[in-house]
Write a protein that binds this ligand. Structure first.
Ligand SMILES: *Cc1c(COP(=O)(O)O)cnc(C)c1O
Length: 403
């Protein structure tokens, strides 16, 4: 029996069975062709079954698929690390690989906490955002702020020990730092766009001020760009605009073809672990870190991103999104939000979205709204007519209900 994610297995809607996938299309077992509007949890930026990525996987498989990084190393991981070092902004040069975004967030938090203990500081508090989502492992849930995912902790206030959550408002930011800035190890954020917490968008000025305050109070700034990285906000990385001390990448790192993630530290953090004292080492090591297939895929994915002029494509996707969603209004809609390759229609009551998944399916679109959010995170290779079709189905849903 397969235990499916985020689902009550007693009442689960049978999942749609996919027999092949190509570009932005999912082909079902019973012969349907669905345009994918969510890129398999926002990761499949080049579309499914990309021929160059597939070829790269095959070529590396014939050499070897995996060797561990404990005591061994190999060319794909060396090349990927060198590429990220050159490609990422500033001195974000030190790459710790892992198998998923949640684990990469754990590593980032562990780095920040141990960075402080290594220098003899007793700071232990963490600042995070309201509505944050950083993954489903325990420390990631602790810094997260999403009741709908994280009921495991019971009492909402109990889980907040040592973690403070603030809204994305400058006044709250100033207040937090002036009240307890000198007790903080780090400030972790999903920059500009909070994904699983409801596709919430906020202004860069918040992050610019956060950078200043982190410098002033000697606090590490962590950007969880697992969702926002690789162009989703219209920027290559938000880290290109404001430089964090630690950057977490996942999801689109491998173009959605295989799981992998990386936690990238800057020079200051790296140096905080260099010591003659062996206890100052970072004690972490996922079995499949630096997997050779995943590294090969990530290199190919980055190459495609660069040579395909993806930032222009994403700009075009944003223009079409604005055009197609312009004037959409319904008493059921609370807000329409658009940023880069992401759109979100937030409704006032989650019941307004009940049945939409089936409605879209019947019209050849795969959509997976959650809570009060109907959204798109399309593959960047989508054609204009395909994108228009997704939005026309979304519009039709609200228009039909108004009749
Ligand atoms: C998806 C996500 C994660 C978790 O990544 P997994 O690979 O699912 O563990 C962490 N942070 C953000 C912002 C995410 O969107």
């Amino acid at each position: 029996m397969i235990w499916y994610p985020y689902a009550q297995m007693k009442t689960l809607d049978p999942p749609i069975k996919i027999s092949s996938a190509k570009g932005v299309h999912l082909y079902t077992e019973d012969g349907r062709d669905l345009i994918d509007s969510v890129s398999s949890w926002w990761s499949v930026i080049h579309g499914y079954s990309h021929p160059e990525i597939n070829a790269a996987i095959k070529e590396q498989t014939d050499k070897f698929s995996h060797v561990m990084l404990g005591g061994l190393t190999h060319e794909p991981v060396e090349r990927l690390s060198a590429k990220l070092e050159e490609w990422l902004p500033g001195d974000l040069d030190y790459c710790f690989f892992s198998d998923s975004g949640s684990v990469a967030v754990e590593v980032a938090l562990k780095m920040a906490l141990q960075f402080n203990t290594n220098r003899g500081s007793s700071r232990s508090n963490i600042l995070a955002l309201e509505h944050a989502y950083h993954g489903d492992t325990f420390k990631a849930m602790e810094v997260g702020d999403d009741e709908d995912y994280h009921f495991a902790f019971g009492n909402r206030n109990e889980k907040k020990k040592g973690v403070f959550h603030i809204p994305t408002e400058l006044s709250a930011l100033e207040k937090a730092f002036s009240e307890y800035g000198d007790t903080l190890t780090c400030f972790i954020v999903e920059p500009l766009l909070q994904g699983a917490g409801g596709m919430r968008m906020y202004d860069i000025s918040f992050l610019e001020r956060a950078r200043e305050l982190c410098d002033q109070y000697d606090v590490l700034l962590i950007f969880d760009e697992v969702a926002t990285g690789f162009g989703r906000t219209g920027n290559r990385f938000v880290a290109d605009l404001v430089l964090p001390d630690i950057l977490v990448l996942g999801k689109a790192l491998t173009g959605g073809h295989i799981g992998h993630a990386v936690t990238v530290a800057n020079r200051k953090v790296w140096e905080g672990f260099l010591s003659d004292d062996p206890t100052h080492a970072l004690m972490h090591g996922p079995t499949f870190m630096g997997n050779a297939l995943a590294c090969t895929v990530a290199l190919k994915s980055i190459e495609l991103f660069e040579k395909g002029d993806y930032l222009s494509r994403i700009k075009r996707i944003e223009e079409i999104s604005r055009r197609e969603l312009a004037g959409l209004s319904s008493p059921e809609i609370a807000e329409v939000r658009i940023m880069g390759g992401c759109t979100c229609i937030e409704v006032k009551d989650s019941r307004s979205l009940e049945g939409f998944k089936k409605f879209a399916y019947d019209r050849g679109v795969f959509s997976r709204p959650f809570l009060k959010y109907m959204y798109t995170m399309v593959p960047y290779v989508i054609e204009e007519d395909e994108l228009v079709k997704i939005f026309s189905v979304m519009r039709e849903w609200f228009e039909k209900r108004a009749d």
